[in-house]
Design a protein around this ligand. Sequence first.
Ligand SMILES: [Zn+2]
Length: 610
Amino acid sequence: MIATKHAFSRVILVSALLMLALGWRALAEIRAGLPPEIPWKGRSLSLALEPGDRWATPAERARFERTPRYDETIAYLKRLVAAAPEVRLVSLGKSPEGRDVWMVIASKEKAFTPERLRATGKPVIFAQAGIHAGEIDGKDAGLMLLRDMTVRGTKRSLLDRANFLFVPILSVDAHERFSRHSRINQRGPAESGWRTNAQNLNLNRDYGKLDAPETRAVVKALDRWKPDLYLDLHVSDGLDYQYDITHIFNGPHAWSPAIARWLGQHWVARTTRDLEAMGHIPGPYLALQEETDPAKGVVDGTAGIRFSQGYGDARHLPTVVVETHSLKPYAQRVLGTYVLLESTLALLGSEREALRKAVREDEARRLTEVPIDWKNSEKPGRITFKGIESRVSDSIVSGGKRVEWTGRPVELTLPFQRVDVAKATARRPAAYWVPAAAADVIERLALHGIRMERLSQAREVDVEMDRFTEVTFEPEPFEGRVRVTASSLPEKRRERLAPGSVRVPTDQPLGTLVMLLLEPASPDSFFQTGFFHRALQRAEYAEGYLMEPMAEQMLAENPALRAEFEKALRDDPTFAASREQRLDWFYRRTPYFDERWLLHPIGRELSARD
Ligand SMILES: [Zn+2]
């Protein structure tokens, strides 16, 4: 752990020295040498308006060389709202720097509240762009589609059968950290925003812990507006391949099998058909098993609740992350996103009932053993992959291998590793008890829309709680927190809970999400994210002059204790040589010692059968 810490500081020191030596200016002139561009002339090019058209979006006006800033984006949307009565802008909340996170509501019936929108009986599709503000294709695609569904009228029929909620920029402050050096791996636009928000938090690691105002705003909106489908629009990094638009969602092995099957069968089939018809190359989003050896194959993952698609899976909200391919030109990526949005709206318009049925089925599921972490399946499969030829050679820079992508399309059959086996499970209790003192946790449970019963007066409850034994902190910060893992032993206890404490039943549609947040063995739990470091510290100590006579008395009165002490002295020379450890050994065996030390403050209310 210490060695890693030193290595980390060394990296920082070396980077700082390098920056001084080369100078910021010299670094700033270096441009990323992207692999060869593959020429593309898809049918979807016909969707773009001429730059001179009065309703051309800022990106169309710049022939997709540029993407508009925040103010220019909102100004365009306000012009659209003024001209189209079926569109409205609402603010979902403020960013750390005070910008509004805007959402567009597009509804033929002008149903601009969650209640009225639901009353239309039509499906609601919620799409967000710019959770990573440099990956901004979705914003420019959404502006075009909203325009075509309203003032231009070419896609008006989509709103006959569906409602559309659209967040053009989620990470609004990061979007204004605007530079031509934000996205080293990406082919356009000329300038774009940054990956993390103004607090340097990655919003797409924040869905469980809800630290950032922008994530809180969007999760509150999902809970209030209850969309039928949630699309999170990104741009990839990673390997080169032919696909220009890819998708990710957790498979049927995870927390919403019926939804995953519907997405895999219906959504993928329909969007693939529509994208291919418009000249795009859709596919699944996969990463390389080994960066310098593409022949080792590709890997699929299962997302936890820190990610949008894992969060959606856990709360039974059909959720797809869309990744356009960073090495494709901006126009191709924006138009692909447009076609995907259009295709999704059209599909939901006709297939809403089948999807609703899948959602209801998953919401009604009450597994006794809930998977909380995932590992590789033992038998990797093979996958046919629309790849790009690569050459691997020795590198004089890294001393390892270097990969060059040649730009030549090749069809590959590659090893394919899925991560779809439960690595750990937790047994479903009837409920959890969260003490009033954990107000930060209770606040977040409420933000998620989790149903709770709040105590108005103190109450004694029988619960099972975990006592941590081995505790390991990660050596580096993660998302503004320090992650921790621990082994533990369960204890049956009677706890007195203060007014304001909450009982969180697992018998509710969000029961699985509750478990993933509150079980300490779950990787995205409040415990592992760092909310309960306070339970891991000792706060009271005994003076030696008190412990000396007390220990003498304990030894005299308790032969078994004496034998245990003498054994410890024989077995552990470090212990035997330490005055403090020896006195502490006795202090821990007195009733004065803090009996809540290392106790996870969340209680499980076990069901009758336990
Ligand atoms: Zn992203």
